[in-house]
Design a protein. Structure first.
Length: 654
């Protein structure tokens, strides 16, 4: 039922929550199918008993349902999950109990008359179904006479005749489970039609291994699924930073989907048992909180790659988007992936360490793990890309000027190797552009790989944000605006993306519009660096010096705080105060901030000294120079031919 249809007066479908023990899953599946065909919407979850990963979805579905149907059996009376859900239904006066084997309900539920559920040839008996509907429909405010059931016709595929053996959750039998899920979607078991938009957020999969150190693997699996889905141009996939906002907490599925602006959520869990990994996946409708598809995959650890592909394919089918078949070679060329489990494991550990952004030691440990991944699989393009990014970070933040060029050379070589191995892997081109621009300070050379990355990955927020900032710094205002809009739509809860949006306005001299995105970033992360200074920069250029001073004073990073305050003091007429702050900048921080020194000197009118500092910054590979082309604080230098020559060296005139 679409919201448009509801708005025109047609009532939404009654919703029921189906509670059962996993041992009774065959019964639950048959009943769910029958109820859906009769016009009800059913939340039924094959993962409820193992479902710590889906607690928020379960809670939301219970609250949203018109009725709670409980399948009582000798198995379910011993299930804590079923007892909790039955108690909710009883307390909310919407409990509909069914009995599938004659077992008496537990104490507290015997005052409710159970409906006997009978089946013939793996289908629900018509009389039993009518009895269930007569109990459910009044709870939804409907008449107790249900509409006729949909019967098979030449245009309506006949029901799937399930095999009880095919529902066993163990060993190799589960290998066929994904196909069953696909068949269920093709036969419309779980809903009325496709989503109006192919938008989905992959939430961080829960680590149920009992070992906190294994969290990197469940997080990594989420990332891999997110990347696989993002390669489908018909899908809009929310990026990792926004999706991870809901890692811990009790926010319901409907609220999460609303905040992320997506139609569906993919949740899950990962559990290890020796050499076996058990992956549970749950696709939740963000408008209702009801599960649309659930499945458990239990395989040897070295078969986890097949699980990723199966889950991605089922989600694509569930959202009714075109599935583009990929051979193993095509998939590797687009994803930069591996089929070596030891390489994959080392890569995920390195990725988790790098993501912490802790310190130099952590980044070097991450680099060692990426190197280890490449020992296991030298053709692992994603590991080459991760190595390139880590080398650039180490060179930029920690290494001496003497070593910096060597680090950047290694990073460029790693990114180029990744492109050779995976010619359609967007991140490889994006990182190559990043290293050439931010590391080697060669704006001209960075253009081609950045442009290719944007074309290959319109659905990846990080790729689009990097491209947007490059375009902003090189005067490509329209391309910058389009790219940052795409990034924001894919990562709307990422404070860094909002901060980037502000810097793109600022680079185009749109000072007033640059402030709201920065404010938004600070709302999301009050401790975010550079955002207060960026607001101060905009206010200075708007002539609002007093509020600018307050913003600079709130900036946690000394480089930007002292630079901004020096410029404010100069423009306020306090030239001695400005020079005192410049002296502090030089004495306390030194040649690490040559670019910021040049900004202040340019404002003070010391053109020769300012250009000298910029030349030194060029030799030191100071990444601040990427701002030089359109930095308003360097405007006093624009007419000097030495400034034009420097910009040409940096590749800004090509």
């Amino acid at each position: 039922m679409s919201s448009e249809e509801t708005a025109q007066g047609e009532q939404p479908r009654p919703t029921v929550f189906l509670s059962y023990s996993r041992a009774d899953q065959a019964w639950a599946r048959m009943l769910a199918q029958a109820l859906e065909e009769a016009g009800l919407q059913v939340w039924w979850d094959a993962l409820i008993e193992g479902g710590a990963a889906f607690a928020k979805s379960i809670e939301a579905a219970l609250a949203a349902s018109d009725a709670v149907i409980v399948l009582w059996s000798r198995h379910s009376v011993a299930s804590d999950w079923v007892l909790d859900e039955a108690a909710h239904g009883r307390d909310q006066k919407k409990l509909v109990p069914l009995s599938i084997d004659g077992t008496e309900p537990p104490l507290g539920f015997r005052q409710y008359q159970s409906i006997g559920l009978e089946c013939a040839k793996d289908t629900v008996d018509e009389a039993c179904l009518q009895a269930v509907l007569r109990a459910v429909l009044p709870l939804a405010g409907r008449e107790a006479s249900p509409r006729p059931r949909i019967l098979p016709t030449p245009q309506t595929p006949p029901r799937w005749r399930m095999s009880r053996r095919g529902l066993l959750l163990g060993g190799g039998v589960v290998a066929a489970a994904g196909a069953a899920g696909v068949l269920g979607w093709q036969r419309n078991w779980f809903g009325t039609g496709p989503a109006r938009d192919g938008s989905v957020a992959v939430l961080p999969f829960k680590n149920l291994s009992g070992d906190e150190k294994k969290a990197y693997f469940s997080d990594g699996l989420s990332d891999e699924l997110r990347a696989a889905l993002a390669r489908n141009p018909k899908l809009k996939v929310m990026a990792e930073a926004s999706s991870s906002q809901f890692r811990d907490g009790d926010v319901g599925a409907v609220a999460i989907a609303s905040q992320l602006g997506v139609g569906f959520l993919l949740d899950g869990s990962v559990r290890w048992a020796g050499e076996t990994v058990r992956v549970a996946a749950d696709l939740v409708d963000g408008r209702t909180g009801f599960s649309r598809w659930t499945q458990v995959f239990e395989r040897r650890i070295d078969d986890v790659f097949a699980i990723q592909s199966e889950i991605a394919r089922v989600v694509e089918l569930a959202l009714a988007v075109e599935v583009t078949p990929e051979t193993a070679e095509e998939r590797r060329a687009a994803s930069g992936g591996t089929t070596d489990i030891e390489a994959f494991d080392a890569f995920l550990q390195g990725h988790a360490l790098y993501a912490r952004s802790s310190d130099e030691a952590t980044d070097r440990e991450a680099l060692a793990l990426f190197d280890a991944a490449l020992v296991h699989d030298p053709g692992y393009a994603a590991a080459h890309v991760a190595r390139a990014l880590t080398l650039t970070t180490l060179g930029n933040q920690y290494d001496s000027v003497a070593r910096r060029d060597g680090m950047y050379d290694q990073a460029v070589a790693a990114a180029k190797r990744a492109i050779e191995l995976a010619p359609n892997y967007a991140s490889a081109y994006s990182i190559l552009g990043f290293v050439l621009f931010q590391g080697r300070l060669d704006a001209r050379a960075a253009l081609a790989p950045f442009r290719v990355s944007s074309t290959l990955a319109p659905g990846e927020a990080t790729v689009q944000a990097r491209w947007a900032q490059y375009c902003a710094r090189t005067g490509r205002e329209r391309e910058a605006s389009d790219a940052i809009d795409r990034a924001l739509s894919l990562d709307r809860l990422n404070a860094q993306i909002h901060r980037a949006a502000g810097t793109i306005h600022y680079a185009a001299r749109r000072f007033k519009p640059s402030i709201p995105p920065m404010r938004k970033a600070l709302e999301m992360n009050p401790k975010m660096s550079v955002a207060h200074a960026a607001i101060g920069d905009a206010l200075v250029n708007l002539g609002q010096l007093a509020p600018a001073r307050a913003e600079y004073e709130a900036e946690p990073i000394a480089d930007f705080r002292l630079t901004g305050l020096a410029i404010v003091e100069h423009r306020s007429g306090n030239h001695d105060g400005a020079r005192a702050l410049l002296k502090r900048l030089v004495d306390e921080i030194g040649d690490i901030v040559l670019y910021q020194q040049a900004q202040v000197l340019a404002q003070l009118g010391e053109v020769d000294t300012a250009i000298d500092r910029l030349r030194k910054a060029r030799l030191a590979r100071d990444a601040g120079l990427v701002y030089a082309r359109n930095d308003p604080f360097l405007d006093p230098l624009r007419k000097d031919p030495r400034m034009g020559a420097l910009l040409a060296e940096l590749g800004f005139n090509g």
